[in-house]
Design a protein around this ligand. Structure first.
Ligand SMILES: Cc1cc2nc3c(=O)[nH]c(=O)nc-3n(C[C@H](O)[C@H](O)[C@H](O)COP(=O)(O)OP(=O)(O)OC[C@H]3O[C@@H](n4cnc5c(N)ncnc54)[C@H](O)[C@@H]3O)c2cc1C
Length: 378
C-alpha cells in the first residue's frame, strides 16, 4: 500500500494550505465574532478550483480525485471550519448532480456550482425529521409538466447564498403502501421559495444556516433526480459528504493541536514549560495519535471511493471516528490552555465551539454506528 501523495495531490494540498494561511486564518476570529458569511473569500476559493476539487473539468470542476479533495478540506478547515463546511456542502450538491443529474442538469447547474460561480444547498432535514429522514412531510404533487412542492426544511447550510437547492419531497399518495421520496433541483428565484433568517449558532458562526419554506413552488419534471429514488440519491450524497466532514474534523483538530503545542511550549508551571510535564506530554501523545488515526481513516475512505469500491462503511467509520476524536482533541487542547482557554480572545475557545457540531450534522455519531453495523452484518 502506498502512503505517499501524488504530485497532483501534493499540489492541491499546498495550494489549499497557502490560501488558508494567507486569506482565511487572518480573518477567521473576526468573522466568527460578527457571524459574517465570507462570500468574497468563497468566490476566491472557487477561482482556485476549491469549490469543485473532485468534479471533472468538463463539468466545471478541477478534475482531481477524492483524496485531493479530502486534503484540501483538511487544510481549509485548519484555517476555519466554517469555510470548510461551506465547501463540503457545495461538493455534496455537486456530487449528487454529477451522479444523478441529466446532461442538461449538469450543464445548467453543475458547471456553475463546481466552478464556484454558484453555491448549492442540500435540503433533507425537516423540523420533525432529522435522523429519521424518512419521516418527512414536504410534498411534491404532479401538475402537468411540473411538480408543486410544499413544506419546510430545517438547518440548511449555505441557504441564504445558494443559487440551487436539492430538496426532497414525498411524491407518493398519503395512503400508498410504500412512501416514495424524490429529490428536486430548485432554483433560488423560484416563486414560493422562502428563505428564513440565519440561525444564531454556537460555533461555525461564519457558515450560514437557515430554514427554507416551500409554498407552492413549481419545479419542472426535468429537475427531478433519479425519479422516485430520491431517498437513495440523498443517502448516496451523504456517503460522499461524510468524507468531507471527516476531513473537516481532521483540519479542525489539527489546528487545536497546534494551539495546544504552542501554548504548552510557552506557558511555564512549576518552573518549566507545560510541555515538560509528564501529564501534559501524555495528553499531547494521545491527541497526536488520535489525529493521525483520524487522518488515515479519512484518506482511506477517500481512496476507497476513488478506487470505485463500496465506500459506505469506510466513510461512516471515518466520519464517526474523526468527529468523536475531534471533540476529544479540542477538549484536551482547551484543558492545556487552563483558564485562558475559556476566554474568547484565545483561538481554542472558537475551535471548541466549532467542533461541537461535527458529531451531529451529516448523520450523528449514533447514526454512523447504525450505518457501519448495517454494512458489517448484511
Ligand atoms: C449547523 C447545522 C447545519 C446543518 N446543515 C444541514 C444541511 O445543510 N442540510 C440538511 O438537510 N440538514 C442539515 N443539518 C441537520 C442535521 O443533519 C441534523 O440536525 C442531524 O441529522 C440530526 O437530526 P436532528 O437534529 O433532528 O436530531 P434527532 O434526529 O432528533 O436526534 C436527536 C438525538 O437522538 C439520536 N437518535 C436519533 N435516532 C436514533 C436512533 N435510531 N438510534 C440511536 N440514536 C438516535 C441522535 O443521534 C441524536 O443524538 C444541519 C444541522 C446543523 C445544526
Amino acid at each position: 500500500m502506498k502512503f505517499s501523495l501524488s504530485e497532483d495531490q501534493q499540489m492541491v494540498q499546498d495550494m489549499a494550505r497557502d490560501f488558508a494561511k494567507s486569506r482565511i486564518e487572518p480573518i477567521a476570529m473576526e468573522f466568527d465574532k460578527s457571524h459574517q458569511f465570507p462570500q468574497k473569500l468563497i468566490k476566491e476559493m472557487g477561482e482556485l478550483g476549491l469549490m469543485g476539487v473532485n468534479i471533472p473539468e468538463e463539468y466545471g470542476g478541477a478534475g482531481f480525485d477524492t483524496v485531493s479533495y479530502s486534503l484540501a478540506v483538511m487544510e481549509i478547515a485548519k484555517g476555519c471550519s466554517s469555510f470548510a463546511v461551506t465547501m463540503s456542502v457545495n461538493h455534496l450538491v455537486c456530487e449528487i448532480i454529477r451522479l444523478y443529474g441529466s446532461e442538461e442538469n449538469k450543464k445548467k447547474y453543475l458547471v456553475p456550482l463546481a466552478s464556484g460561480d454558484h453555491l448549492g444547498a442540500f435540503c433533507l432535514t425537516e423540523p420533525q425529521a432529522g435522523s429519521d429522514a424518512q419521516n418527512q412531510k414536504t410534498t411534491a404533487k404532479l401538475d402537468g409538466d411540473d411538480y408543486i412542492l410544499n413544506g419546510k426544511k430545517a438547518f440548511i447550510t449555505n441557504g441564504t447564498y445558494s443559487d440551487v437547492f436539492i430538496v426532497t419531497a414525498v411524491t407518493s399518495a398519503k395512503d400508498a403502501p410504500k412512501k416514495e421520496i424524490s429529490a428536486f433541483l430548485v432554483e433560488k428565484d423560484a416563486e414560493g421559495l422562502i428563505l428564513g433568517q440565519p440561525e444564531h449558532k454556537m460555533g461555525q458562526c461564519a457558515s450560514n444556516t437557515i430554514e427554507v419554506t416551500l409554498e407552492n413552488v413549481r419545479v419542472p419534471v426535468s429537475n427531478m433526480l433519479a425519479g422516485t429514488n430520491g431517498f437513495k440519491v440523498m443517502m448516496n450524497g451523504l456517503n460522499s459528504g461524510r468524507i468531507g466532514i471527516a476531513s473537516l474534523c481532521c483540519g479542525l483538530a489539527s489546528s487545536a493541536l497546534d494551539e495546544a503545542l504552542s501554548y504548552a511550549k510557552d506557558r511555564q508551571a512549576f518552573g518549566k514549560p507545560l510541555n515538560r510535564l509528564p501529564v501534559i506530554q501524555d495528553k499531547i501523545a494521545e491527541m497526536g495519535t488520535l489525529l493521525e488515526a483520524s487522518k488515515l481513516m479519512t484518506l482511506n475512505a477517500a481512496y476507497v471511493k476513488d478506487s470505485g469500491s463500496n465506500y459506505v462503511k469506510s466513510a461512516s467509520m471515518a466520519k464517526y471516528f474523526a468527529a468523536e476524536n475531534c471533540l476529544k482533541i479540542v477538549d484536551q487542547a482547551l484543558q492545556i490552555h487552563g483558564g485562558n482557554g475559556y476566554i474568547s480572545e484565545y483561538k481554542i475557545e472558537k475551535l471548541y465551539r466549532d467542533a461541537r457540531i461535527t458529531s451531529i450534522y451529516e448523520g450523528t455519531s449514533e447514526i454512523q454506528k447504525i450505518v457501519i453495523a448495517r454494512q458489517m452484518t448484511k
